[in-house]
Design a binder for this molecule. Sequence first.
Ligand code: ZN
Length: 196
Amino acid sequence: MDKEKIAYHIREILVTLGEDPDREGLRETPERVARMYEEMFRGIAYTNAEIAEKYAKTFDEEDMCTAKQGNFVVVSDIPIFSFCEHHMALMYNMKVSVIYRPVDKIIGLSKIARIAEMVSHRLQLQERIGTDIAEIMTLSTGSNDVGVLIEGEHSCMTARGIKKPGAKTITTAFKGAFESNDSLRREALLLLGKLE
Ligand SMILES: [Zn+2]
């Protein structure tokens, strides 16, 4: 990422807003923002396939006593934040829950959290964070039966425009049997805590 170029353009934005970029509080802001962007948007440099490769340290199923064929693995409430691609505004208080049905490989639970973090460090839509995670889960585990449920708040909705503080957006991305089989999807939503 070209941090110098980003800093240059942030400075231009400050000038255009009518600010004095040389005043005390702003003097180092362009460089600070550039460093923050480097961290916040580091997922842009990787494709889903590359992320799958990076985190696909999978175990053979016999090593894991928890994952019998046909059982589900559920990871709930992974905290993430992201930036919406329409406003470059913060999406916050986000929680990602993932369910999948292992075929022959399972993936370390901490790796699922890393995958969620990596795809959220891009300019995103909440829906696409879900489909990206589902795709990477399939690539790294070989299982097509994956569900992702995300809830979150979008500052472009809560702090500007229609200003609805507390408004939560919930999105789901179901693949494979979770998409085609209504009762499996219902069971997934139960396990993900979204149905009574
Ligand atoms: Zn937005």
